[in-house]
Design a protein around this ligand. Structure first.
Ligand SMILES: [Zn+2]
Ligand SMILES: [Zn+2]
Length: 232
């Protein structure tokens, strides 16, 4: 209910209010709720490992990171629009935990300014467990993916479900994260051979890896990851 009211107010605000920078409260520019100065200071993740989107030093572009060289990831490629740092981290927290759908809309508009080359074919928003969805009222990955799919004219595919409620990953170390999400996902329909999983944040990548694993086992030939921000 709270989310529905927030969405209605957000819609109403868009019809009536001028664009406003969600970072510094100055006037927005370029059709975004973001001013030109804040836009110029965004932490784009432009030099990153193409296998796992880990931010890398700018003088090593397109090189795979040590971890991906040691053990190639299950996904065919990964991209993150941003490094998870200010002000994107705050925007993501507002979007995820404080019903700030305007922040989510801004972030997906910004993701469209760095569309990875692999993002054709179906998009799959990483599903939330229904219990979390009920508590939050909306699914943040779906809110990000829907405008991406609309702009890129890609279909959304919903054949992955999260059957097992897992402990919040933020409380766990890397090994515990992997154990926590093992078998968390079930594929409920034959996947397209090429698809891109969309999510808000990639930290160790354990949750996304579990999703890719389930999709690959179900027959998806190429699975890509596209997230808003990557934790270094
Ligand atoms: Zn600003
Ligand atoms: Zn990597």
């Amino acid at each position: 209910m709270r989310a529905r009211i927030a969405a209605a107010l957000d819609w109403l605000g868009r019809q009536t209010l001028p664009l406003r920078c969600l970072v510094c409260d100055e006037a927005g520019s370029d059709g975004l709720d973001l001013c030109a100065d804040c836009h110029a200071a965004l932490p784009w993740n432009d030099a990153a490992c193409p296998g796992c989107a880990l931010p890398l030093p700018a003088d090593e572009p397109a090189a795979r990171c040590g971890a991906c060289l040691r053990e190639p990831p299950r996904q065919a490629a990964a991209a993150a629009a941003f490094v998870y740092t200010a002000p994107v981290d705050q925007l993501l927290l507002r979007f995820k935990f404080h019903q700030d759908l305007a922040a989510g809309r801004l972030l997906s508009q910004l993701m469209l300014q760095r569309v990875p080359a692999f993002a054709s074919g179906a998009l799959l928003p990483l599903p939330l467990h229904r219990q979390r969805l009920r508590a939050r009222g909306y699914d943040q990955a779906l809110e990000l993916a829907r405008p991406l799919a609309r702009s890129l004219q890609c279909p959304l595919w919903h054949g992955l479900s999260r059957e097992r409620l897992t402990a919040p990953q933020s409380d766990l170390d890397a090994d515990a994260r992997r154990r926590n999400v093992r078998n968390a996902f079930t594929v409920t329909a034959g996947p397209p051979s090429r698809l891109t999983v969309v999510d808000d944040v990639m930290t160790t990548g354990a949750t996304l890896d579990a999703a890719v694993r389930a999709l690959r086992r179900a027959g998806a030939a190429q699975v890509h990851l596209w997230v808003c921000a990557r934790v270094p």
